[in-house]
Design a protein around this ligand. Sequence first.
Ligand code: SAM
Length: 229
Amino acid sequence: MTRPPLPPNRIAEMFDRIHARYDLLNRVLSLGLDVLWRRRAIRELGVGRGDSVVDLCCGTGDLTQEISKVVGPGGRVVGVDFAGGMLSVARQKFPGLEFVQGDALAVPLSGPFDAATLAFGPRNIHDLPALWRELRRLVRPGGRIMSLELTRPSGVLGWLHGFYLRQVLPRLGCWLSGDNSAYIYLCNTIAAFLDREQLSESMRHGGLLEVRAIPLSFGIVTVHVATVP
Ligand SMILES: C[S@@+](CC[C@H](N)C(=O)[O-])C[C@H]1O[C@@H](n2cnc3c(N)ncnc32)[C@H](O)[C@@H]1O
């Protein structure tokens, strides 16, 4: 099992340091693709009007808000994150949405929800089996789980991607955020995290069913969807 290179309290501090520039950085570093990836991930998850969804590691709330459009006023979506700075941006951007401060491994909600989601969260989690257990507690039997995470493409693109991660992204991230360590952390976690198949395996080991991995943008990101038994 790979672990993020920082303990949870340091991860929360790091996101709190960059919260004001997080959205801008996301847009620039992904060339705007992050918006499309979140929408596609929601389509793969397959939630609909009236459903209830918990969005863990919600950060500044972009996925939470996209989900709220799909579930509509008759549904419910709650964003959860442990970094207060990230949540303050989310609350400012989306005052009508529900956000709760809490750890993804001990969510202060009882559920059951129809689905749970995490976008760019799993590689920050130090205990993935505990995450899958927590998701099974929060989501009803037959409900759905979705993870959207940065992954490594293979072949020539893998080499270019590695170059971008090592040489371009930390410099650009540092320049835009003024925080050198945060974007070195980002690159290290992408390089060290499970590959697509290993993440599917971890979900299956965690008791999730019908695990499916969908690579997007030549495998730069992968959507995983699964069903709770
Ligand atoms: C890369 S951001 C992703 C934010 C958002 N989901 C998005 O799509 O932009 C990762 C977020 O996960 C949060 N996070 C990391 N580990 C967490 C944990 N154990 N519990 C709650 N939030 C966590 C961080 O505070 C940060 O806001």
